[in-house]
Design a protein around this ligand. Structure first.
Ligand code: CUA
Length: 191
């Protein structure tokens, strides 16, 4: 009688069964990890991220209606310690105010946000470049040692009018600055 040869191993036993629960958890985690940058890229408002970001968050759709970026609060404000705070809105395709005025040599605290796309504020002749995103307040500490005029230019492609998105920064001698009226400080086009 011919003996049937026994298989050396049981094939079914060495195959790893698919662990559906682990796979599902892995795929869900992967999906969530991909969603976070996607919400940032497409600028989707996520209340949890807004909460985590704290005071740097600002609603891009109500900038002109309430909060620190309302029209009469934009421009340059003198602080008691001699520094100035400059508040600016970047929007397609201009910076508001269109002409920023600061005293030479004084520390300048820039607070800027965007009403729409991503912009980048640069000052011609200086190394400063400030990235501006909707929903977030970008801050920068600047200082312009000498009086003079700078062209401020958007360096981030932000749409059809990007190449026309430019305005002015006037640096006036430090002793002249306190004599200016607040509306002149806020917008040098009013001088
Ligand atoms: Cu704004 Cu380019």
């Amino acid at each position: 009688m011919r003996m049937r040869s026994q298989p050396l191993y049981n094939r079914a036993r060495i195959e790893q069964p698919v662990n559906w629960r682990k796979l599902r958890t892995f795929l869900l985690t992967l999906l969530i990890l991909c969603l976070i940058p996607a919400t940032r890229y497409y600028q989707i408002d996520v209340p949890l991220l807004r909460f985590l970001r704290g005071s740097h968050h600002v609603d891009p759709f109500s900038l002109h209606l309430s909060g620190e970026f309302v029209e009469n609060n934009l421009g340059t404000e003198q602080n008691p310690d001699g520094s100035v705070t400059v508040r600016v809105i970047a929007q397609q395709y201009l910076f508001i105010p269109h002409c920023i005025l600061v005293p030479a040599g004084a520390p300048v605290h820039l607070r800027i946000t965007s009403a729409d796309a991503v912009h980048s504020l640069t000052f011609g002749g200086s190394d400063y470049a400030v990235k501006v995103l909707p929903g977030t307040i970008s801050e920068a500490q600047l200082q312009f040692p000498r009086a003079g005029d700078y062209k401020t230019v958007c360096r981030e492609f932000c749409g059809a009018g990007h190449y026309a998105m430019r305005s002015e920064l006037k640096v006036v001698p430090r002793d002249q600055f306190p004599a200016l009226r607040p509306e002149e400080r806020g917008n040098c086009a009013a001088r």
